[in-house]
Design a binder for this molecule. Structure first.
Ligand SMILES: Nc1nc2c(c(=O)[nH]1)N[C@H]1C(S)=C(S)[C@@H](COP(=O)(O)O)O[C@H]1N2
Ligand SMILES: [Mo]
Length: 528
């Protein structure tokens, strides 16, 4: 290997150290400016927004809800490769490495500036971070030793002799020590910057403290008690009420928005005669309602677990809209999150006196957990989350489907998203079971219509009625149970439900996109 390429390896390392330290400093600046102005987060969030639907679906299929982690790791790998290239270039032909960093810095600044809610100061983390990375790159590359990182015996001597800015180093060992010292100092500085940025952005921890101190008001209109028979208690089956910690989470946020209720307000705007703004304290003064609603994600595959049930405490959205007085030509409410995400919900559904759509602040007796929308979110019975359940909500804009669209609509999902009739087998989930009487159990849902019957078929045999558990009402799922005398051999168990309108769940298989999966859920068991 030539000493030239050995020096190249050191220079690549210099690039990674310089860029790493620059990005660490950017984190620290971002902690002061706004958490979402971090170049890494802003780039990741922008990527999430522009990624084509097929790639996003593929990522979810491969990595499930770890897709965000995979995205951040891939971004890290690409950034590291780019940084190594910048180091290599800077040594061969200065200042080309710094120019590459500069271009990336400008792109990062532009991306950050165009995030929802951003202002021009959001460019500071990228500009300061990349500016320092460029200075550091120059300093480190000027100290690149002659030998490869693993090779201490190679002949000393300057690389690219005469290249501007590359000093001739008399002794390979000493020069390597100098380089490593400088790199070590830069890396240590990076660690300090990241630790400091975490301390400064304790903003989100402060919000946690605020949340923990909140005592929610009692509901003026409490929910009916959950009947004892709503939960059949079958081991391995999902409980009727999902604990907050187990509740599925879906959103585009790479970092959970930290919203202090003291800074929060909801604006009701758009095609209304009387727009207004509601603060947290005003909201707490209003007569609140409690309601059980099962929330479901449109991305849920047949048999999937992107669905859960909770008791929500909040103020009826229809009352907020009534106060604002929507105009006659409006037919949609575009709800907007603090992070810019939007959902388009039919106005008719939100003003329906028979549907308990809530601006929710409580979940199962606690303030909303931060990842479920603290301090306030929407919950609408009967609609998939992507067209209704805006978390960290800050605006309700009354508008028209002809003029506006929610976040997912231009990304391959239907503008309207009523929940489809579905049923799921929770136990047995497959594998081997002992012959004899076994309990087959699961859930079925048709939010806002309600479930009337559940049937089970073994090996395509006749449909047998399952026992359907109690429920508080039509807006939640219902558990079901079927006792099966299992004969030895391999068997397929299939479930289907019938809703309160008498509609039988279709066997037609449809994928989640564009408006929800259909088909029957089956599991294979071998009975021995
Ligand atoms: N701000 C914001 N709200 C959002 C989303 C989002 O990406 N951002 N995703 C929606 C989707 S697709 C679903 S299914 C529900 C999930 O709510 P949960 O995470 O509390 O279960 O939130 C909805 N609200
Ligand atoms: Mo969703």
């Amino acid at each position: 290997m030539s000493s030239r390429s050995r020096g190249g390896q050191w220079a690549a390392l210099a690039g990674i150290v310089a860029a790493g330290a620059g990005l660490a400093l950017a984190e620290l600046v971002a902690a002061f400016v706004a958490p979402a102005s971090s170049p890494v987060l802003a780039l990741g969030a922008a990527f999430v927004d522009v990624v084509p639907p097929w790639l996003k679906d593929l990522a979810v299929e491969w990595f499930g809800t770890a897709d965000k982690l995979v995205l951040l790791a891939s971004m890290g790998a690409v950034l590291a490769a780019g940084a190594a290239l910048a180091g290599w270039l800077e040594r061969r032909r200065p200042p080309s490495g710094r120019i590459l960093l500069g271009v990336v810095g400008v792109v990062l600044a532009l991306v950050a500036m165009n995030r929802p809610g951003a202002s021009v100061v959001w460019t500071l983390p990228s500009l300061i971070g990349v500016g320092s990375a460029a200075v550091l790159l120059r300093l480190l590359v000027a100290r690149v030793p002659a030998q490869a990182p693993a090779d201490s015996s190679a002949a000393a001597g300057p690389v690219a002799p005469g290249a501007p800015g590359v000093p001739a180093l008399p002794d390979g060992g000493a020069s390597r020590r100098t380089f490593l010292t400088w790199s070590g100092v830069a890396a240590a500085g990076a660690v300090v910057a990241v630790v400091a940025s975490r301390a400064v952005s304790a903003g989100s921890r402060a919000v946690e403290v605020v949340r923990d101190a909140i005592r929610l008001p009692r509901a003026a209109d409490p929910a009916p008690a959950v009947p004892a028979g709503a939960d059949l208690g079958v081991p391995g089956a999902d409980p009727y009420i999902s604990p907050n910690d187990d509740f599925y989470r879906i959103d585009t946020a790479l970092r959970v928005p930290a919203v202090d209720p003291a800074d929060w307000s909801l604006r009701v705007t758009g095609l209304v005669d009387e727009p207004f703004e509601l603060t947290w304290d005003e909201l707490l003064e209003l007569p609140l309602t409690e309601h059980h609603v099962t929330l479901a994600c449109v991305s849920n595959a047949v048999g999937g677990d992107l669905i859960d049930n909770a008791l929500w405490l909040g103020y009826p959205i229809r009352e907020l809209l009534a106060r604002a007085k929507p105009q006659a030509d409006a037919d949609m409410v575009l709800s907007r999150s603090v992070d810019g995400w939007t959902a388009g919900t039919p106005l008719e559904i939100l003003t329906d006196p028979d549907r308990e759509s809530l601006l929710a602040i409580g979940m199962n007796g606690e303030p909303l957990p931060e990842q479920h929308g603290f301090p306030a979110r929407l919950v609408v019975p009967g609609l998939y989350g992507y067209v209704s359940a805006t978390k960290w909500v800050t605006e309700l804009k009354v508008t028209r489907f002809a003029d506006d669209e929610g976040y997912w609509t231009p990304r391959g999902w239907s503008a309207l998203g009523p929940v489809k009739l579905q049923s799921r087998i929770d136990v047995p989930r497959g594998g081997s079971v002992d012959a004899g009487e076994i309990v087959v159990a699961g859930v079925a849902w048709a939010q806002h219509t309600g479930i009337d019957a559940v049937e089970v078929s073994v090996d395509d045999g006749p449909w047998q009625a399952a026992e359907v558990a109690d429920t508080v009402g039509p807006d939640t799922w219902r558990q079901w149970r079927y006792v099966w005398d299992a004969p030895a051999g391999d068997h397929t168990i299939t479930v289907r439900a019938t809703d309160a309108d008498g509609q039988v769940q279709t066997s037609d298989e449809a994928p989640p996109a564009p408006d929800g999966a259909t088909g029957w859920h089956s599991v294979q068991v071998s009975v021995g």
